[in-house]
Design a protein around this ligand. Structure first.
Ligand code: NAD
Length: 452
């Protein structure tokens, strides 16, 4: 049996070896899930809700343990990992409110009664990346379970531990065995088997555009539903009339959070030319001040990258010295310092590609139209920020920038009760918020004749 090592990216020590699921393990898991899905959908809505609330309560009880595990396997600063454990519980509690409220419609028709039902799909596969393993797992799992589906999670090779722990907590909460299964394994083996399986009715995939495209192609063979959350290369647009000090103080956090391994990273900063120098003078000390170090320390703001391979991939973009940079530990661990590049050309890979590391590219713009053109000159469209004190401009820009999630005078993208997802090649469908539930159901229309 193949095993996969889980490596602490801050020390390079192997934490544990985890058994990797084969394609036949996936077949067995799907067969179990098909059986249990039939029973789970029949559980009364109030009882399904109660079980999900118990699951949420257990996550809260074990929040520190989950946060420590995530911090260890993914290198997240412990303060960030605590927020993530809280988000997992919040997402569960939010969707625990859904089973009794997910009402259908009654539509006026002649000669009878017409009603719609939200039918669960059956078995849903959730394929998760390594950058935010625990929260991304739950963003798929919670609404899928609430809607009455059985779920199989395929975590990323390097970060399966929190998903495995969540599976155990679900059982402890009383969810029927097999309703939530976690199968660590290789993407091209277990992930591909899940995406191809005819009894899996939907895949929620978060990861790279290349694999997302592959999943969509495989899913097409069985007309599987897909939600795709893919990459990003988001713009942070700063106008001359903005609170420059605030925009500059917040900009490092918006890109160096999770060492830049964040699909929402504002990795391109666009600054209106008249305040360009002033903004850079404010940005430089903010970048230098980012505290990079041991993820277990309470004061750490940025940890290591996920692996040596990924660090090399990011480092390959750094073909010249940055204009300014912070510092990082030397010795073991997959470290890179936060780095800023200024006056980056529109065709530079640092500008055009998703670097997915602690690197930010800065360039000037002239006026709204130029800012819109530059922000949208990317195949991606996940998130972005607009900094201005002019409300009309904020709204014009928010409508014109092609992205699924924008923030004005803020860099915050994620709230569990608002929709999240991308446009263009950043994805398909939305997670979180009130509508995510519908992505785990099909609408059934039933007409009942009242006349003979
Ligand atoms: P990845 O695409 O390499 O892997 C993601 C998952 O897919 C892993 O579990 C992997 O094992 C699995 N996988 C790989 N090949 C597969 C195949 N052929 N069939 C089925 N599954 C397969 O991505 P990654 O490197 O782990 O994550 C980084 C990417 O994820 C970045 O592009 C980032 O922007 C994106 N991301 C997007 C969001 C979002 O919500 N939009 C969130 C986080 C990360």
């Amino acid at each position: 049996m193949e095993t996969l090592p889980v490596v602490d990216p801050a020390s390079e020590e192997v934490i544990v070896e985890v058994a990797a699921a084969s394609a036949s393990d996936v077949d067995l898991a799907v067969a179990d899930a098909v059986k249990v899905a039939a029973a789970w959908r029949a559980v009364a809505p109030g009882e399904r809700a109660r079980l999900l609330r118990r699951f949420a309560a257990l996550v809260e009880e074990h929040a520190e343990e989950l946060a420590r595990l995530e911090s260890r396997q993914a290198g997240h600063p412990i303060t960030a990992a605590r927020w993530e454990a809280g988000n997992v519980a919040d997402v569960l509690n939010y969707y625990a409110g859904a089973p009794e409220r997910h009402t259908g419609r009654q539509i006026p028709v002649p000669g009878g009664l017409d009603v719609t039902f939200h039918e669960p799909l059956g078995v849903v596969g959730v394929i998760v990346p390594w950058n935010f393993p625990m929260v991304i797992t739950m963003w798929g799992v919670a609404p899928a379970l609430a809607a009455g589906n059985a779920v199989i999670v395929k975590p990323a090779e390097s970060t399966p531990l929190t998903a495995v722990r969540l599976e155990a907590l679900a059982l402890e909460a009383g969810l029927p065995e097999g309703v939530l299964q976690v199968l660590p394994g290789r993407g091209e083996v277990a992930g591909a088997a899940l995406a191809a399986h005819p009894d899996v009715r939907k895949i929620v995939f978060t990861g790279s555009v290349a694999v997302g495209r592959e999943i969509a192609r495989t899913a097409a063979a069985t007309i599987k539903r897909v939600t795709l959350e893919l990459g990003g290369n988001s713009a942070n647009i700063v106008f001359a009339d903005a609170d420059l000090a605030l925009a500059a103080a917040k900009a490092p956090g918006a890109v160096f959070d999770n060492a830049g391994q964040d699909c929402c990273a504002r990795s391109r900063i666009l600054v209106q030319r008249e305040v360009y120098d002033e903004f850079l003078a404010l940005l430089e000390p903010a970048v230098r001040a980012v505290r990079v170090g041991d993820p277990g320390d309470e004061g750490t703001e940025m940890g290591p990258l996920i692996s040596g391979g990924h660090r090399d991939r990011v480092a390959a973009y750094l073909t010249r010295e940055p204009d300014f940079a912070g510092t990082c530990p030397s010795g073991p661990g997959f470290w890179l310092p936060p780095a800023a590049y200024v006056d980056v050309a529109a065709d530079d890979p640092l500008w055009t590609e998703e670097v997915f590391g602690p690197v930010v590219a800065v360039a000037p713009f002239d006026g709204e139209a130029d800012a819109i053109a530059k922000a949208n000159a990317t195949p991606y469209g996940l998130s972005g920020s607009i900094w201005t004190r002019d409300t009309g401009r904020a709204l014009r820009m928010a409508r014109a920038v092609e992205a699924g999630n924008l923030s004005v005078n803020s860099n915050s993208s994620v709230r569990y009760w608002t929709p999240f997802g991308g446009v263009k090649q950043s994805g398909l469908g939305r997670e979180l918020g009130p509508d995510a539930l519908d992505a785990f159901c099909d609408t059934k229309n039933v007409f009942i004749a009242t006349e003979e």
